[in-house]
Structures are given as structure tokens and as C-alpha cells.
Design a protein around this ligand. Structure first.
Ligand code: FAD
Ligand code: DLZ
Ligand code: SF4
Length: 506
């Protein structure tokens, strides 16, 4: 008897464990576009279009190598709109002996699968997702009894495990981490590469029409749609990055420029998280580029650290800490997310740039997410769960396993320091140093208080004072509190007054 293999929208990889456990000759694959997945948060239009198109292309490539695929489109008659409904229908249709699925990336779906183990009238086998470098058991053993997790030590173990940029047991270049070389401000007159763009084919055009029709009221612009939607295209896009942008990726990793959305970033997270790219292969390619003398060590190490370090680390934390992690709110923040996060209608030039490009491309690079939109929400005391919902819906690469620890942990410090040792809070000075946004802003980054002052400036001090009880004891914050304590009471009052005026307008 056949087994039924459920392949999810972010499992578009031929080396998937569920496929390895199946037999092409007899087993049936089920892939389904379901309304529930499009609305558990109201995803950006481009994200839905990307996933549906990539799913449809993947189904074609499976069929081309001999798999029997049952593919349910969103508009198909009888589509129940949920995975549970579609699996039930497939079970009735196919009468399989067993259901096999690679574990999903999100806790929410893992719970639904656990229910199926009780309620489906057939055995349900859930396999580990072997596309990641670090298994849950390996992370749990690394995490041990630690209260705080630090990426750096985890990353070193991943370097040793993979042999990437290693000379025997030593890191190539004599140190593990070249991050201190990767904070250069953007010089003027840079000639910037662009990500490789693809014209939508017939499959994508069908999907674009569907999304335009069914998801008109979702955030963001649907077109122009230029994403890769197959593994082959995603690999081309990555190769283009390696040649055109990787050499300077490290140098300008933290830089931001008005009207430049991608700088030297890879713009591959959407492909990688959906399964179109393999993380280890990407890193091996970058290691090779370094060994061949095509890219400097700070670029190669910086890139590899993001993938085998940060990406695996946040996934480990997610599965180690869920479900409680999603409910954390260390600062007990309750303010609603301001409307301008959805409209981009703000006079803060840095925020406008980050939000506008998010609407256009479903993409913003790391420093925009962390030090602009994330930083503002942190300083303004926005409810971290609303911030989490925003990030999960607006970015094409967003799945909860990677988005939640980045948002709740790294950006909002809502986990109280599990993931990072101090909040990523900064005044306008940081944004001014790393970008050219302030030059065209209605606010003056040099003014600390008053009507023209950059809002990040008074909000920064207000954030520290509001949360002094929770942060004063943190050795990495001590210097800032000493500066505040030395300030004249009148000056302190001015800061707090300016901050209150800004918060009142939100
Ligand atoms: P590059 O800068 O070129 O980096 C290369 C790759 O490294 C990325 O494609 C990504 O796979 C990986 N990477 C880099 N930083 C991280 C990180 N902190 N965590 C995990 N992987 C990383 N990344 C997501 O993939 N999905 C998300 O939903 C997501 N949400 C985020 C929310 C916030 C608040 C913050 C601060 C960061 C978030 N990130 C998320 C991490 C990071 O911003 C994106 O991975 C990156 O911007 C993707 O663009 P890129 O491919 O051009 O990356
Ligand atoms: C994000 C997403 C969307 C929008 N739609 C679908 C879908 O219709 N069918 C599907 O199989 N997967 C979809 N996905 C991806 C899932 O939400 C993802 O597999 C889970 O969140 C687990 O990471
Ligand atoms: Fe952003 Fe402040 Fe600079 Fe304006 S002045 S761009 S608000 S940091």
C-alpha cells in the first residue's frame, strides 16, 4: 500500500527526509495551497505569490523525476482551506497505509501534526528536518544548563563540525570572527550590484493573477515580481551574488543608503528558507571563493557566520524555548504598533525608507530590521507581540522559527537576554554614522530635544530611564546609566518631555 507524503510550502528540497523515506514507484506526494496558511498572519502579497509559484514549480520538478504528486490549488473545487482538511481528503481518496511528513518549521503546525497522531486513522511518521546543520538534540546538548545562549561559542562548534574556513583545528585567518572589520559606513559614489531578477513565467503569472484577486487587501505591492521560483534560478541568483557582491559584503554589511535597497547583501533568505537552496552548499561555495582568492576573509567569514552561526542558532533557540518563548515580554510593553509601520507615512527618513522598501520588495536587510524599525519599536515601548506579527507578515523570508527569535529576542530584548547580552537600542547617532538618511530627514540628528530633534535621541534616554530597574544591573549598560546620572536634572527633564511628546503622537 502507498504512503502519503505531505510536502509543505517551505520544504521545496529534493533531499527532504520525507522524500528519502518514500518510494517513487508506489507512494503519493500531497502538496496543497490552503487558506489557513495565507492568513494565520496576513502575509505580504509577494510572499504568498512566491510560495505558491515555488510550490507549483517544485511539484513539476518532482513529477519530472517520476513522483506522483497530488497538488491542490487554492481555487480548486472542494479545497477545505486547511492542512487537516486536505490530508483527510487525500486519505479518503488514496487510502494510504501511512502518512509521512518532515517536521514543520513552526510550532503552530507541529501542534497540528501532534493532533493528527491522535485523530487520523492511520500512522503518522514525523521525520527530522535534516536540511539544517544542527539537530534539536545537538542544540539541546550544547545548550545544556546555560541560562543565556551566546552565538559565538555555538558558531565555533559549527565551524569545527563543518570544517568551513578551518585549517585543521584552527580558524583560517587566525581568528574566528572578523565582525569588527564589517562595520564600515557607506562611502559616497559606490557602484552597487543588484540582485538577479527573473521575469515571471506562465506558472508565476497564473499565481500573480490569483494573488491579485484573492489577497488584494494584504500588505505590500505584488508587482514587479522578480523572485527566483525554482532551485535552478535561486542558484543562479546566489552565484551572481558571489561574483558581484560578496567581495564587499563584509565591509558594508551594516551600511544603509537612501534609495538603495540591497547594497551588498545576498537577498537569498527567501529562497533558502523555502528550501530552494542548501545552506551547507552555499557556505562551501563561499569557502571555495575565499580559498581561490576571489573574496577577502572578512566577507567569507561574515557570510558563513550568518548561515551556520546565526541562522542555526536562532532555530536552536526557537525549538529549545517554544512555546513559552512566544509569550515573553521582559519590558512589559503594551503600546500599539503605530500605523506608519503599515503605510510608511512618517517624516523619519530612515523609517520611511525601510518601510517603503518592505512594502515594495517584502525585503529589508538586517540592519534596517534591527537598528531602524526594530530599534524604534524597542525605544517606543511597542508591544513585542505586535512587532512580531508585523515582521512575520511583511517579509518574504519570514517563518516563525527564524523570525521570532530575531524579533522577540535579538531586536526587542523581550526574552530578557536569552539570545543577546544587551538590547540593540541606539540613538540617531548610530543611524547617522551608518547611513545617509539623516541628510534628507525633516528631523535633525544633532538636536537632542525639541521639535526638530531626531526622535531616536530623546526616545533612547527615555527607554533607558523607563527600564532602569531591569537594565541598570547589566554591566554592558553601566556606562550609559553613568552618563545619564551625570546629566543636569533640567537636561534630563527636557529629554523626558521631548520623548513624552513623541510618544503621545504615536
Ligand atoms: P544577508 O545579509 O546577505 O545574509 C546572508 C544570509 O544569512 C541570509 O540570507 C540569512 O539566511 C542568514 N542570516 C543573516 N542574519 C541572520 C539572522 N539574524 N538570523 C537568521 N539568519 C540570518 N531572517 C530570515 O530569514 N527570516 C526572518 O523572518 C527574519 N526576521 C528578522 C527579524 C528581525 C527583527 C531581524 C533583526 C532580523 C531578521 N532576520 C530574518 C535576519 C536577517 O535580517 C535576514 O536573514 C536577512 O536580512 C536576509 O537578507 P539577505 O538574504 O540579503 O541576507
Ligand atoms: C507561508 C505559507 C503560505 C502563505 N501558504 C502555504 C500553503 O498554502 N501551503 C503550504 O504548504 N505552505 C504554505 N506556507 C508555508 C507554511 O506556512 C510553512 O510550511 C509552515 O509555516 C511551517 O514552516
Ligand atoms: Fe532617522 Fe533621526 Fe536620521 Fe531622521 S534624523 S533619518 S529620524 S536617525
Amino acid at each position: 500500500m502507498a504512503s502519503l507524503i505531505l510536502v509543505l510550502g517551505d520544504q521545496l528540497s529534493h533531499n527532504l527526509s520525507s522524500l528519502a523515506a518514500a518510494d517513487k514507484a508506489v507512494d503519493r506526494i500531497l502538496m496543497c495551497e490552503v487558506a489557513d496558511e495565507t492568513t494565520y498572519v496576513r502575509h505580504h502579497k509577494k510572499k504568498i505569490a512566491f510560495i505558491f509559484s515555488a510550490m507549483r514549480h517544485f511539484a513539476e520538478t518532482l513529477r519530472a523525476v517520476g513522483w506522483h504528486v497530488d497538488y491542490v490549488k487554492l481555487g480548486d473545487a472542494g479545497n477545505t482551506g486547511s492542512f487537516t482538511g486536505e490530508v483527510r481528503r487525500a486519505v479518503q481518496r488514496i487510502k494510504p497505509a501511512e502518512l509521512i511528513v518532515t517536521e514543520p518549521g513552526e510550532w503552530r503546525l507541529r501542534q497540528i501534526l501532534a493532533e493528527w497522531e491522535e485523530t487520523m486513522a492511520l500512522p503518522v511518521t514525523i521525520l527530522a528536518d535534516t536540511r539544517y546543520l544542527c539537530s534539536h538534540a545537538e542544540f539541546a546538548s550544547w545548550a545544556g544548563g546555560r541560562k543565556q545562549y551566546r552565538m559565538e561559542y555555538f558558531y565555533r562548534d559549527m565551524r569545527r563540525k563543518t570544517g568551513l574556513l578551518m585549517a585543521g583545528s584552527e580558524p583560517i585567518g587566525g581568528k574566528w570572527n572578523f565582525d569588527s572589520e564589517n562595520r564600515k559606513p557607506p562611502p559616497s559614489g559606490l557602484t552597487l550590484p543588484q540582485p538577479l531578477r527573473f521575469a515571471p513565467d506562465v506558472i508565476s503569472r497564473d499565481v500573480l493573477a490569483l494573488v491579485a484577486d484573492k489577497f488584494e487587501d494584504h500588505f505590500g505591492y505584488l508587482e514587479p515580481f522578480w523572485y527566483a521560483t525554482t532551485a535552478e534560478q535561486a542558484e543562479q541568483a546566489f552565484e551572481h551574488f558571489v561574483v558581484s557582491a560578496l567581495p564587499r559584503f563584509g565591509d558594508f554589511q551594516d551600511a544603509m543608503l537612501e534609495d538603495e535597497k540591497f547594497l551588498y547583501h545576498a537577498v537569498i533568505s527567501t529562497y533558502l528558507n523555502a528550501g530552494l537552496l542548501d545552506p551547507l552548499k552555499l557556505c562551501q561555495r563561499v569557502d571555495f571563493a575565499y580559498q581561490a582568492g576571489h573574496v577577502p576573509i572578512n566577507a567569507a567569514e561574515g557570510f558563513i557566520r550568518q548561515i551556520i552561526g546565526w541562522r542555526e542558532f536562532v532555530r536552536g533557540i526557537y525549538w529549545q524555548k517554544m512555546p513559552d518563548y512566544a509569550g515573553l515580554n521582559f519590558f512589559e510593553n503594551t503600546r500599539d504598533l503605530p500605523d506608519f509601520y503599515w503605510t510608511g507615512d512618517t517624516e523619519m527618513a530612515c523609517m520611511r525608507a525601510a518601510i517603503s522598501q518592505t512594502r515594495e520588495e517584502a525585503y529589508a536587510h538586517h540592519i534596517q530590521r534591527l537598528m531602524v524599525t526594530g530599534n524604534f519599536a524597542l525605544l517606543a515601548g511597542i508591544d513585542p507581540h505586535q512587532v512580531h506579527d508585523w515582521y512575520l507578515s511583511v517579509y518574504a523570508d519570514a517563518y516563525e522559527w527564524v523570525e521570532l527569535p530575531n524579533t522577540l529576542g535579538m531586536s526587542q530584548f523581550a526574552d530578557g537576554g536569552v539570545l543577546g547580552s544587551k538590547p540593540y537600542a541606539a540613538s540617531g547617532n548610530y543611524i547617522n554614522k551608518m547611513s545617509n538618511h539623516c541628510k534628507t530627514c525633516r528631523y535633525d540628528v544633532k538636536q537632542k530635544t525639541g521639535e526638530k530633534a531626531c526622535p531616536f535621541n530623546p526616545l533612547y534616554w527615555d527607554f533607558l530611564v523607563r527600564n532602569a530597574e531591569k537594565l541598570r544591573g547589566n554591566p554592558r549598560m553601566a556606562q550609559m546609566y553613568r552618563t545619564w546620572d551625570r546629566m543636569a536634572p533640567d537636561r534630563q527633564a527636557e529629554y523626558r518631555h521631548s520623548a513624552a511628546e513623541i510618544l503621545n503622537t504615536l
